[in-house]
Design a protein around this ligand. Structure first.
Ligand code: F6R
Length: 369
């Protein structure tokens, strides 16, 4: 049932092109316009949405953070991301114009379920982004947008994460389309680009031997840092979470801009740091800013493991290792930049002789508060 792979996690990492492809399937018409009939919330109600709150936990919350950047950019609707267990107990500001979007692979996470129930009591419209048909959270929501990643068995989430991000993009683009005008034109263009991503993930998966090699040499590492900016920031945190879960190594993800506000004190000779570099075409010159960050930490002796787009040569002088990902537009990059970090954690865990699919102390779905 592991389809020839040693572990479910490895299998699921390799299923990601399909997870993304299936999640896009059937969600556009012949003209490339988005169709989400399944949403079952009237279009007028969706047009009236004044704000969006995303509730989720763990990896799903990182998907929500990616969604915040994308949905705000494409729709100009304010989006907040709340950890579900915090949301429920902070007297959240929610009303009839609020759309509460939950994200959950299992559909059974108690914290997320409680947040959804609370949001409904407060009058919000609720949409569940979920991977499990017939599970509790979709049943307790007004509408559901299923991710089609297929069953995820390994405790650490991989293909469900990429599928969640994909579904969030689809929802954001759909809302942009409802807004009409130039928003709708942009939505079509992004959707077309999104359709090309599964093949790019496939190509990327075939090019990660060096990542595996790096991981195998790092079995004794005590701490790894991850830096990212904009949509790369949640990717950095996801990379760190995977390493904690799978390899029991202290790992932390930072927003690259925070470096000088504290974390740079952690940099000492030999400290491994992954840097998720935004594409050179990212607005506001963020690429150059992150390249400067790499330069700064390299000057202090960090071992820089740089994840950068093909053709981005600016990183080369400051990188101990360059891990290449295919080009895509800046907002869609997480679907690619996450993959080497998953493979890194998998390989490091394996090198340490640990149980990749069943890390200690963790359960696949957390059905208690
Ligand atoms: C991390 C992981 C967890 C889950 C979280 C939410 O690899 O698997 O952080 O993402 O417990 O679970 P779901 O998505 O089932 O609500």
């Amino acid at each position: 049932e592991k389809g020839g792979y040693d572990t479910f996690m490895e299998k699921e990492i390799n299923e990601q092109p399909r997870a993304v492809g299936e999640t896009l399937l059937g969600r556009t018409d012949e003209s490339g316009a988005l169709v989400l009939d399944e949403l079952r919330i009237p279009e007028e109600a969706l047009r009236r949405v004044g704000r969006i709150t995303i509730v989720a936990c763990g990896t799903a919350a990182y998907a929500g953070m990616v969604a915040k950047y994308a949905i705000e950019r494409w729709t100009r609707i304010p989006v907040e991301v709340a950890l579900a267990h915090e949301f429920r107990y902070c007297d959240p500001i929610v009303d009839e114009q609020t759309l509460v979007v939950s994200i959950s692979q299992s559909g059974e996470t108690m914290d997320t379920l409680m947040a959804v129930k609370h949001a409904r009591e407060l009058g919000a419209q609720t949409i569940a982004i979920c991977n499990t048909h017939g599970s509790t959270i979709p049943r307790e929501s007004d509408a559901v947008l299923y991710t089609h990643a297929g069953p995820e068995v390994a405790v650490a989430s991989t293909k469900a994460f990429l599928a969640q991000i994909t579904a969030c993009y689809v929802l954001g683009l759909y809302l942009a389309q409802l807004r009409g005008g130039s928003y709708a034109d942009d939505a079509k263009a992004v959707m077309a680009e999104l359709q090309e991503v599964p093949a790019k993930i496939e190509a990327l998966l075939g090019s990660l031997d060096r990542v595996r090699e790096i991981a195998r040499f790092m079995a004794d590492t005590r701490a790894v840092l991850f830096l990212g900016r904009q949509v790369g920031f949640p990717v950095a945190m996801e990379g760190a979470l995977k390493l904690k879960e799978l390899a029991y190594i202290h790992a932390e993800g930072f927003a690259a801009g925070e470096l000088k506000h504290g974390p740079i004190a952690l940099i000492e000779p030999g400290q491994p740091v992954f840097i998720v570099v935004p594409g050179p075409d990212t607005p506001h010159g963020l690429h150059g800013k992150v390249v400067s960050n790499i330069q700064e930490i390299r000057a202090r002796g960090a071992r820089t493991l740089v994840i950068a787009q093909e053709g981005d040569d600016a990183v080369v002088p400051f990188a101990d290792e360059v891990i290449r990902v295919p080009r895509t537009s800046p907002m869609l990059q997480p679907l690619l930049t996450t993959v080497p970090l998953q493979v890194f954690a998998l390989e490091l865990s394996t090198a340490k002789g640990l149980d990749v699919d069943q890390p200690r102390n963790l359960a696949k779905s957390v059905t208690v508060e």
